[in-house]
Design a protein around this ligand. Structure first.
Ligand SMILES: *[C@@H]1O[C@H](CO)[C@@H](O)[C@H](O)[C@H]1NC(C)=O
Ligand SMILES: *[C@@H]1O[C@H](CO)[C@@H](O)[C@H](O)[C@H]1NC(C)=O
Length: 331
């Protein structure tokens, strides 16, 4: 399956080198306009993590590659810094120690979704200088946290703040949240709730997708329910109250689907909604449209270290020969 998926994407990628279709304003000086920083032909960018040095780590769906990218250097190129073996999708990423990241991957196709049993979770450690005197820290050391078995597959990931060796992972297929001990690889379903499950209508058969923790609550997006919600948890990620709905995006028949999100230090959520929307939701649940129509299949969003910029990762549109993008927006 992987071979045929890659072949299709490679054809699309080759074609898009000749295409100029690009809906994004690229003028770097324009404020409050999304600016394209990067486009990867034929590749879906799924998730972003921001390193302490400001570099972005991008998980991608095509060959399971993880890219590193410096968003502040004009015309910087993305470099592959790690790759999953035998699977097409790198998905969730979360920092579990200073410059150490847990990253999940699985076999994925648009027809099947995630293939059960195909999960891999790695630890990518960027904290050591891999090239001695060259101070070249772009190549992490990699080891497996878990591989195969009945866990997940896991999409969005978040680290438990008071126990950072534990991560929570969104099982979008079953609509539950798992807790993984990254030191032992032990994993169990820790949160079940109807709001996490794929709802009855919607274009993608995915439940819980993105995860963030803020002031004792696990915030989550649920794709098919077009929803942002939250559930109160304890320090080990156990559910202590039923989940509550915070906001819903679009009408049931609008084709809207919620993907991943980020939260700022004041508790505002920035939520990506397919096919082309970015919303801001305040702690009171008030939602405003930040972008409409100027992004293509937004998949996730991250904040710069000073919280003055958003980085939006997109899946692009193969049919229109638009690759996955990283788009920057001043807020
Ligand atoms: C880092 O290492 C890679 C692979 O060895 C090399 O291609 C790259 O130029 C190095 N970057 C720096 C800044 O030294
Ligand atoms: C996005 O823009 C389109 C075209 O102007 C409009 O019809 C639609 O209602 C807008 N969507 C939202 C969620 O504001």
């Amino acid at each position: 399956m992987r071979a045929s998926l890659s072949a299709v994407l490679l054809v699309a990628g080759a074609f898009s080198f000749h295409a100029s279709a690009n809906p994004i304003q690229t003028t770097r000086s324009s404020k409050h306009q999304p600016r394209e920083l990067l486009q990867l032909p034929g590749i879906w960018i799924e998730n972003i993590a921001v390193r302490h040095n400001g570099d972005l780590l991008l998980t991608t769906i095509d060959k399971g590659d993880i890219y590193s990218f410096n968003p502040s250097r004009p015309n910087a190129k993305a470099q592959i810094v790690a790759s999953f073996d035998q699977i097409s999708a790198a998905a969730g990423i979360t920092e579990i120690g200073k410059d150490v990241f847990a990253i999940t991957g699985a076999e994925y196709s648009t027809e099947v979704g995630f293939t059960p049993g195909s999960i891999q979770m790695i630890r990518a450690d960027f904290s050591k200088d891999r090239c001695g005197t060259h101070k070249n820290t772009t190549a992490p050391s990699i080891d497996f946290i878990l591989r195969g078995g009945d866990v997940g597959p896991l999409n969005g990931l978040v680290t438990l703040p008071s126990h950072p060796n534990f991560v929570l992972g969104a099982d979008s297929t079953k609509g539950v949240v798992w807790r993984v001990d990254t030191t032992s690889g032990d994993a169990k379903v820790i949160i079940e709730d109807e709001l996490l499950t794929p709802g009855p209508v919607g274009p993608y058969d995915f439940g819980v997708n993105g995860l963030k923790i803020f002031e004792g609550y696990l915030y989550f997006t649920c794709t098919k329910r077009r929803a942002l919600g939250r559930v109160k948890i304890d320090a080990f990620g156990n559910k202590v109250e039923p989940a509550e709905l915070i906001a819903q995006f679009g009408d049931a028949d609008s084709g809207a689907a919620t993907d991943d999100f980020v939260m700022d230090k004041n508790g505002n959520a920035f939520v990506t909604v397919r096919p082309n929307l970015l919303y801001k939701v305040t702690p009171a649940g008030e939602k405003t449209v930040v972008l409409n129509g100027t992004i293509v299949a937004p998949a996730s969003v991250a904040l710069s270290g000073n919280e003055k910029k958003l980085f939006i990762a997109t899946a692009g549109d193969e049919a229109a020969s638009i690759g996955g993008q990283v788009v920057e927006l001043d807020i």
